[in-house]
Design a protein around this ligand. Structure first.
Ligand code: A8S
Length: 180
């Protein structure tokens, strides 16, 4: 775990007015199932509970080239309504997704994130370890701790939901095998 964080998630060199951290989630579903959700830059709403709508430019799903932009609308109740995000890295072999936030009406300036997906064995079955790290500017009027707390809470929600959806998909795959 700490080895993977060192390998992939250490590129962030936070400046004094930035905050950065990494979260880890263990999921009881095979890595290809988890990665099939994470890699869909055009469909974050498949697991992210705060996303209400997402559109990708230029249009054309499956066309996930580095540099693609997505416009994300978030649900009401959050201190934001939209976010414009850029695909920075998509590596299907190493299972790495890198995204930056380049615009929107929220307070997360210079947000950059990296998610990596690693197969592991959990209770004798194929499982997955997901690591998500980020770096972001601390907004004026907030402390480093407040900013980290806010972002980590959002990411924890996303990773919990990713686990729920992946585990449900893995169960369905398993049912199909048994009932064929
Ligand atoms: C992600 C991670 C984050 C998303 C944040 C941190 C955001 O979509 C939400 C609220 C905000 O205030 C900022 O991978 C922003 O989704 C849910 C709109 C960017």
């Amino acid at each position: 775990e700490s080895e993977y964080i060192r390998m992939h998630h250490n590129r962030h060199q936070p400046q004094p007015q930035q905050c950065s951290s990494a979260l880890v989630k263990h999921i009881k579903a095979p890595a290809p199932v988890v990665w099939s959700l994470v890699r869909r830059f055009d469909e974050p709403q498949k697991y992210k509970p705060f996303v209400s709508r997402c559109t990708v430019h230029p249009q054309g799903q499956g066309d996930l080239a580095v540099g693609s932009l997505r416009q994300v609308n978030v649900k009401s109740g959050l201190p934001a309504t939209t976010s414009t995000e850029r695909l920075e890295q998509l590596d299907d072999h190493q299972r790495i997704l890198g995204v930056t936030i380049v615009g929107g009406d929220h307070r997360l300036n210079n947000y950059s994130s990296l998610i990596t997906v690693h197969p592991e064995v959990i209770e004798g079955r194929p499982g997955t370890m997901v690591i998500e790290s980020f770096v972001v500017d601390v907004p004026d009027g907030n402390t480093v701790d407040e900013t980290c707390y806010f972002v980590e809470a959002l990411i924890r929600c996303n990773l919990s939901s990713l686990a729920t959806v992946s585990e449900r998909m893995a169960m369905q795959d398993y049912d199909h095998l048994i009932n064929q």
